[in-house]
Design a protein around this ligand. Structure first.
Ligand code: FAD
Length: 475
């Protein structure tokens, strides 16, 4: 659906020529999702530079009933930022809204616009001797607005919480074009503010279906004095859980990451990114990447960490372990973990399950679900890794060797049903941190309570009666 000359003029009057494009070459990178599962079409790419411009765009779209698909770094894994194939929508890209508005070192807050890239926020915090703890493998591209809209998790949730827990205030534009959250341009990040319904939380995790997040105030923390990273080889997920319990008892709140990786996932990284090497002599079916962040000093951190690993080795929980001796070695360990998604993408099609279940049930879940999948879909390979400390697994399934990709993807609904029913039986969630987008909007109807779904629809209809905000996502 081409943009009419009249609308093109109206949009250009808001965002200027720098903020509007209908050129297919400019639009193309924004119309396909990171996993290349979804491709859509859009009338135009709009790149506003301020909250006032976002509000004016939304008012115009509201007036003409034009669907709006918000997009940040386009790293989402559930097709949430990809428009449908009708070409009716405009794509609202927040990339030009990339200012850090304020950093309050005493109050431990940072106020930034939605298009600021996560790594930029981390760097700005570090420059002020503060930690912005949200950390994802996509941090070089994903944005604050996308992180909040998906309630992103990542590797530091264990200690610092997910995006929702890090957020103190949000500025957003509602589907009829009102700016909420800031008054007279002021966005306050108060730690205490009990003045009625929590509007901020409505927008977090809403995946752009209730409005556009334009800015937020996020929490900062003191920069740790020392960080120590290590990798331990374990035979089973059960042993990894026993190590987690021991690490929490020994390290308390200094334990900031506890990631489980299966051997097959590490092999994929070594295959597709040959610079990355498995760090131990002993190879076991699973490994654990642990990190502690210490507020005393490096010697204290190393003592704590080495003590934990020695005790665990003696107790027979781990088979071997290594402690990074330099920042480079620590980066190398993290790189093995963070390249898994990309290595899986390079390997070919896979079926992802971003799930969470009560931590104590994870080992039993893996054992029984692996067995059920092997029986129902002979030869499929499990690529299993995740944020074990949060009960969050990326329980991914790859095709059997030599299986035609189309045949494998033809089994997606049946594989999903088997995995999600098993998650549900354990009292878990079928979306731990990636959201529902378009990938899981049908599946969720089977697992979320009818009452919850009905109330979500009431909220959606109340805020967006015309249904223009990121249609056909989530609900
Ligand atoms: C290699 C890799 C590793 C990853 N690891 C993790 C991980 O560990 N943990 C995790 O949680 N996720 C992870 N992700 C998923 C992804 O990076 C996150 O979901 C991220 O928060 C998305 O941010 P984005 O800016 O790219 O958002 P996009 O992909 O652009 O958008 C995501 C959703 O948010 C909406 N949206 C974007 N900006 C706004 C806005 N300003 N206002 C309203 N709605 C908006 C979009 O419409 C869409 O529904 C990973 C992805 C990759 C590719």
């Amino acid at each position: 659906m081409p943009l009419t000359a009249q609308l093109a003029e109206a949009f250009a009057a808001i965002v200027g020529t720098a903020g509007l494009s209908t050129d297919p070459g400019d639009l193309a990178p924004h119309l396909t999702d990171w996993r290349q599962r979804y491709t859509g079409r859009a009338q135009a790419l709009l790149r506003p530079a301020s909250t006032a411009e976002v509000a004016a765009i939304v008012r115009l779209c509201h007036q003409h009933r034009i669907p709006i698909v918000p997009q940040g770094g386009n790293t989402g894994l559930v097709g949430g930022a990809t428009p449908d194939g009708s070409g009716a929508a405009v794509l609202l890209h927040l990339g030009r809204m990339n200012r850090i508005r304020a950093l309050d070192a005493l109050g431990n807050t940072i106020t930034a616009e939605a298009g600021v890239v996560l790594a930029t926020l981390q760097d700005a915090a570090r420059a002020a001797q503060r930690l912005y703890p949200l950390s994802l493998a996509s941090e070089g591209s994903c944005t604050l607005g996308g992180n909040l809209s998906t309630n992103a998790g990542g590797t530091a949730v264990l200690r610092y919480g997910n995006a929702r827990e890090l957020c103190l205030a949000i500025e957003a534009v509602t589907p009829d074009g009102q700016v909420i959250g800031s008054r007279d341009g002021r966005l306050l990040g108060l730690r205490k503010d009990n003045t009625g319904y929590d509007l901020r939380d409505l927008f977090i995790g809403a995946e752009g279906t209730l409005g556009i997040i334009t800015a937020a105030v996020m929490k900062l923390f003191p920069l740790p004095k020392a960080q120590v990273t290590g990798f331990a080889a374990v035979r089973t997920p059960q042993a990894a859980l026993a190590l987690l319990e021991r690490a929490q008892a020994a390290c308390g709140s200094t334990l900031t990451a506890f990631e489980l990786v299966c051997e097959a996932a590490l092999e994929l990284v070594e295959k597709h990114y040959p610079g990355n090497r498995y760090p131990l002599g002993v190879r076991t079916p699973y490994g654990v990447l642990l990190e502690i962040s210490d507020h005393e000093n490096a010697a204290h951190a190393t003592r704590l960490f080495e003590g934990l690993l020695e005790d665990s080795l003696e107790a027979g929980l781990i088979e071997d372990a290594v402690v990074a001796q330099s920042i480079e070695q620590s980066r190398a360990l993290w790189s093995l973990r963070e390249l898994i998604s990309e290595a899986q993408a390079a390997e070919g099609q896979n079926i992802k399950h971003d799930i969470s279940i009560p931590i104590g049930r994870i080992a039993a879940f893996i054992e029984s679900t692996d067995a059920a999948l092997a029986a129902a879909f002979p030869g499929v390979r499990m690529i299993n890794f995740g944020h074990l400390g949060d009960g969050n697994l990326h329980y991914n399934v790859s095709p059997a060797p030599g299986q035609v990709p189309a045949d494998f993807l033809g089994q997606q609904a049946a594989i999903n049903r088997l995995v999600y029913d098993a998650v549900d039986a354990e009292g878990g969630s079928i979306s731990a941190e990636h959201g529902l987008g378009q990938l899981k909007r049908q599946d969720i109807r089977r697992y979320k309570s009818p009452g919850d779904l009905a109330l979500m629809r009431v909220i959606k209809t109340a805020l967006d009666p015309l249904g223009i905000m990121n249609p056909d996502k989530v609900l």
